[in-house]
Design a binder for this molecule. Sequence first.
Ligand code: GLU
Length: 305
Amino acid sequence: MKKLLEKVIENNRNYTEFGEVASYIPELTKANKNALGICVTTLKGEEICAGDCNTKFTIQSISKVITLIIALMDNGKEKTFSKVGVEPTTDAFNSIINLEAKNPNKPLNPMINAGAIATVSLIDGENSDEIFNKILNFTRKLAGNEDIHINENVYRCEKETGDRNRSLAYFMKSTGIITKDVENVLDVYFRQCSMEVTCKDISRIGAVLANNGVIPWTKERVIPEDIARVVKTIMVTCGMYDASGEFAVNIGIPAKSGVGGGIMASVPSNMGIGVFGPALDSKGNSIAGIKVLADLSKELNLSIF
Ligand code: GLU
C-alpha cells in the first residue's frame, strides 16, 4: 500500500501546476501550490501516508460534515432537515440565488455555505465559545488528535472578509431559518473553517464514518449509525461542490473537499482517506487530489457503485 500511495502521489504531482491556491484571503495564498499528500486509515487501524502528509492546512468546508453530524445528534433528522434541505446544486458553494428563488426558501443542502451556516445555528450551546468548543472537541475525538487548534490568522481574515457569508446569514435570519444572533453563528462558522488539520486527521475522521460511527482504534461509538449513513449519503450527492456528480461517476466514494486543499473520503466498511493539495480547480476542489483519488479508486476498486 505504501508503494501504491507513493506512486499515485508522484504520478499526479504535475497536475498541481494546472490549479491555483485559494486567494479570497491572503493567508491561503501562502500555501505551497505543488504540495500533495495522502494518508489512508484502514478499519483495522493501519495508517499509511505518502507525500506531504504532515503539512497543516485549514479544514475549511470539510468542517461542514462535522457540524452536520453534531446538529443531527442534537436535533434529529426531522428538525434539522426542516431548516436545511438535502438536494444537490449546480451553483457555486457560496451562491445566494436559490435562497430566495426556491420554495420553500431554505438552503439546498448542508454542504453549501448557506446550508452549513444554518446547520451550525442548530447546534445546542449557551454561547459561541461553548458551541465552538463542542465542535473542536468532537473534531479532536474523531481525529484522535488533541492537538487540533484554530489558525488565528485565517480565522481573523475569514471574519474580516466574510461579507458574502454574512449576507447569506442575515437573509436566512429574515426568513426565519436562523433564529439566533447572526454574528455569533457566523463567528462559530469562521472558527470551524479555520481549524488546522493534516491528511492523517481527516483520513481518521473518514475512517470513523467508514466504520458507521465507531472509532476503529478505540471501538467507541461516537456517531449513531443512521446519522453516519445520512452524512455519507450527503457527501456523495453534495460533498464536492458543483462537481459532485462527476466525482461520483469517476471515483464513487463519499467525500468532502475544502478550499484549504483537503479532501476527506470515506470508503464504507473499508478505510478513510485524507488528501491534501492546495492547488484548486475552478470549482474549488484540489485539482491533483481528485486525480489521486481517481487512481486509487481504480487501483483498489473502491467505488461504492
Ligand atoms: N471559509 C470558506 C467560506 O466560507 C470555506 C469555503 C470552502 O471551503 O468551501 O467561504
